[in-house]
Design a protein around this ligand. Structure first.
Ligand SMILES: Cc1cc2nc3c(=O)[nH]c(=O)nc-3n(C[C@H](O)[C@H](O)[C@H](O)COP(=O)(O)OP(=O)(O)OC[C@H]3O[C@@H](n4cnc5c(N)ncnc54)[C@H](O)[C@@H]3O)c2cc1C
Length: 360
């Protein structure tokens, strides 16, 4: 379920095509990757965030609130960046048909911003009401891997919800692809996933997935699957989306809603609830609970163009630093990094990269 280990070296593979198609000894140049330089003194910041998790999956549905139509769009656990465009698309498909006039969106994390943009793209004026703006949202803490993990429990979801999930993934997958580039901070990377078999990695969202022989990768672990997916530098992405909302005439009002009655008093007749974990208190959804994730960020290393996930945790390289993560802590409400956990995350990655069998 969680996103813990993964590395990839598409750039290296593309530059040296022989190393992909022809297994060679670990000392061969073709399979070598630049290692991440892990040391406590290279940590530039640490962060922790609370994933808005629901065992029965995210909520996208409409209901009446007085004379208003209220559409929920929250509870995406560890996959909110991944699902954002698609989940917000489903929400707008519920809310917009037949609607006339201005629209309210509550929340300015990734769900609120993508919802606001889709509403604007459909031609409606938007006001974004929110307690916190980027960079102060949970969405800003995310690693930014596009991969749908850690957001529901098998056996707790319905076939109808699975259909929503599939539709959301389909739209997100296509939407992120057409936004790849420096402006939104989105890029494809090969990912090295420590995993015993291809199984769940063989869907279309883990492109070109293949089990590697030990001689085809430098990692000191038993089994590696390599696939490609997109990575989002969330700070840049959310900043650009906020600008896009404003450029398209969107208004932003910073305020907190304590009860549904506060929402019922808004002038807009259509309201999207994109409050993430805030929906627990605001709408009394007790199934929604936090799953804390902690991250240590190292000095950037532009030469590292692969990601890793596995027993050691996960490593996602971004322009703003190398992210080392790996905790998935149920019902922890304190969004603060814990020194001992951070030390463990750094130590496990230090050991991983010290064990590289081959480096460039
Ligand atoms: C360490 C970590 C790593 C992660 N990595 C990934 C990853 O690699 N890929 C991935 O897809 N996902 C990842 N996630 C998950 C992702 O961050 C979340 O699923 C996503 O951010 C949820 O977005 P959201 O917009 O619903 O919530 P938020 O970002 O929390 O935004 C909620 C907004 O609602 C506002 N709000 C809340 N309550 C109220 C209220 N009462 N009144 C007014 N405004 C309110 C808030 O101020 C905020 O603006 C990660 C999460 C963590 C913590």
């Amino acid at each position: 379920m969680d996103r813990r280990a993964f590395i990839g070296s598409a750039a290296v593979s593309l530059a040296l095509p022989g190393c992909v198609t022809t297994p060679r000894p670990a000392t061969a140049r073709g399979i070598c990757l630049p290692p991440v330089n892990v040391a406590p003194e290279r940590v530039i910041r640490t962060v922790a965030g609370l994933r808005p998790f629901r065992a029965s999956g995210f909520v996208v549905r409409g209901e009446a609130l007085g004379d208003k139509r209220l559409v929920h769009n929250y509870g995406h656990g560890g996959a909110g960046i991944t699902l954002s465009w698609g989940s917000s698309k489903l929400a707008t498909q519920i809310g917009l048909p037949g609607h006339k006039g201005p629209v309210a969106v509550i929340g300015a994390g990734v769900m609120g911003l993508t919802t606001a943009r889709l509403v604007q793209e459909a031609g409606f004026p938007v006001t974004l009401y929110t307690e916190a703006l980027t960079p102060h949202t949970t969405s800003n803490i995310a690693g930014g891997q596009i991969s749908p993990f850690g957001h529901f429990s098998d056996g707790e979801v319905t076939p109808e919800w699975r259909a929503q999930f599939a539709a959301a993934m389909d739209y997100s997958w296509r939407r992120f692809q057409i936004m790849v580039g420096d402006d939104y901070g989105i890029r494809w990377l090969p990912t090295y996933q420590e995993s015993a078999n291809l199984g769940r990695w063989s869907d279309r969202f883990h492109t070109d997935a293949r089990a590697l022989a030990p001689a085809e990768h430098p990692f000191p672990v038993e089994r590696i699957i390599r696939y490609s997916t997109m990575y989002v530098e969330v700070g840049r992405f959310l900043r650009e989306l906020t600008r896009d909302v404003q450029i398209a005439g969107g208004r932003i009002e910073v305020r907190r809603f304590a009860t549904p009655a506060d929402i019922a008093a808004l002038p807009e007749r259509l309201v999207f609830n994109c409050t993430g974990l805030g929906a627990r208190e605001l709408f009394g959804d007790k199934e929604l609970h936090p799953v804390r994730g902690q991250v240590a960020i190292l000095l950037p290393q532009p030469e590292v163009r692969y990601a890793f996930a596995g027993q050691a945790g996960y490593m996602f390289p971004r322009a703003d630093g190398i992210l080392l993560g790996g905790t998935f802590e149920q019902d922890e409400w304190e969004a603060e990094p814990q020194q001992a956990d951070i030390e463990r995350i750094v130590a496990s990655h230090k050991e991983l990269f010290a064990g590289f069998r081959c480096t460039t």
